[in-house]
Design a protein around this ligand. Structure first.
Ligand code: PLP
Length: 368
């Protein structure tokens, strides 16, 4: 699509929140942040119009967004988002992990959803600007972080099915507690044979709200079967592994090879890419290819596949204990977490929290 970017990088205007939370209120929130429940005092808002490109970047008090009832996003779902975290290191500094990869994925999602591409510099600057006013919201307890949620949607007031010519980008942030309280517990997963997450030529590779909306009924099916997440297969043959509702998957073979689905319709996770890189650095073979559910089932039964894990920004790396499907199961609900799964998880989180050298240059400082 036509993508008129602002020719220059406009400076951010900062409008401080007069009703920012007190230190005592903040301490209460950070003591038990949960996930996605509390939001910081400010947010970023950048406008885009077909004529003006990206303009008027600002940090402003967190609060409701006013929308015309005919705003295109409310009718046709022209929307994309990202998810990444800010980590506090032992010296108090604040860092994010591969934010340029999130910026690039937001751009790929934008192209697919006919939205304008936000330049990487704006994306990274939006993170830094928010941290410059809300840095005190980044928790310091082990395995905690400030979850950053950039998103963009069609704001134009117009009931017509075409790419909107008015769009806004926002960034909000929410403190996040440790995903696992009381040890890393293997997940039970429901294999959906009724619903597909994405199809050939569809939007599966984009991080867009519709993919998640269409996964909810399958996610509910997973809950109804006592499972925490749903695993989707390909939509055409219904036999190739795709991904979970909100995480990628990786299988580990007995010889140490890591196998992960290759597909045009899954979201290319930054966590998965990083974990596979760390495994390769250790000398493990990595196979990115089509994988059938039968290969997993047979491999688990004959001892060829010894570990499986899910990975994504929220939970980092989560062992998979059990896959439940109509008519069969793989693994067991009380399986113990795999050794390689746990050690890769530890290596990645050590890098993210500054406890281990960042040899790949993955960390970006946000507070300086
Ligand atoms: C559908 C889906 N797949 C995979 C992932 C993993 O992506 P990342 O590792 O970049 O968080 C996510 C987001 O966390 C997701 O929503």
């Amino acid at each position: 699509m036509k993508n008129l970017l602002a020719p220059t990088f406009h400076p951010f205007q900062v409008i401080k929140n007069d009703a920012a939370r007190s230190e005592a209120e903040l301490a209460d929130i950070i003591a038990e942040p949960g996930f996605g429940k509390h939001f910081t005092d400010h947010m970023v808002d950048i406008c885009w119009s077909e004529r003006g490109g990206w303009h008027r970047p600002r940090v402003q008090p967190y609060g409701p967004i006013s929308l015309d009832p005919s705003a295109a996003v409310l009718h046709y779902g022209q929307e994309i988002f990202e998810g990444l975290k800010a980590y506090r290191h032992a010296d108090g500094s604040i860092w994010s992990f591969r934010p340029e990869a999130n910026a690039a994925r937001l751009q790929r999602s934008a192209v697919r959803m006919a939205l304008p591409e936000l330049p990487t510099e704006y994306f990274i600057e939006s993170l830094k600007q928010l941290i410059s006013v809300d840095g005190r919201w980044v928790p310091s307890a082990p395995e905690t972080s400030l979850y950053l949620r950039p998103f963009m949607f069609a704001k134009e007031a117009f009931l017509g099915v075409r790419p909107a010519n008015k769009v806004n980008y926002y960034l909000i942030a929410s403190p996040a507690g440790p995903y696992f309280s009381g040890g890393i517990a293997p997940l039970s997963i429901w294999l959906s044979t009724t619903y597909a997450r994405a199809g050939k030529g569809g939007t599966g590779a984009a991080k867009t709200g519709g993919n998640y909306a269409s996964s909810l009924v399958a996610q509910q099916e997973a809950y109804d079967h006592g499972c925490a997440q749903v695993l989707f297969l390909d939509s055409e043959e219904g036999k190739y592994l795709e991904e979970l509702g909100g995480m990628n998957i990786v299988l580990v073979k007995k010889d140490g090879t890591l196998v992960t689905p290759q597909s045009d319709s899954i979201l290319e996770g930054i966590t998965r890419d990083s974990i596979l890189q760390l495994a390769e650095d250790r000398g493990h073979k990595v196979e990115r290819r089509r994988v059938t559910i039968d290969e997993w089932r047979e491999g688990a039964a004959n001892g060829d596949i010894v570990e499986a894990f899910a990975c994504g920004t929220a939970a980092v790396v989560t062992p998979i204990g059990l896959i439940k499907a109509e008519g069969f199961e793989i693994g067991s609900a009380d399986a113990v977490a795999g050794e390689l799964t746990l050690s890769l998880r530890e290596e990645l989180t050590d890098i993210q929290y500054g406890r281990r050298e960042d040899t790949h240059g993955w960390m970006t400082r946000l507070d300086a």
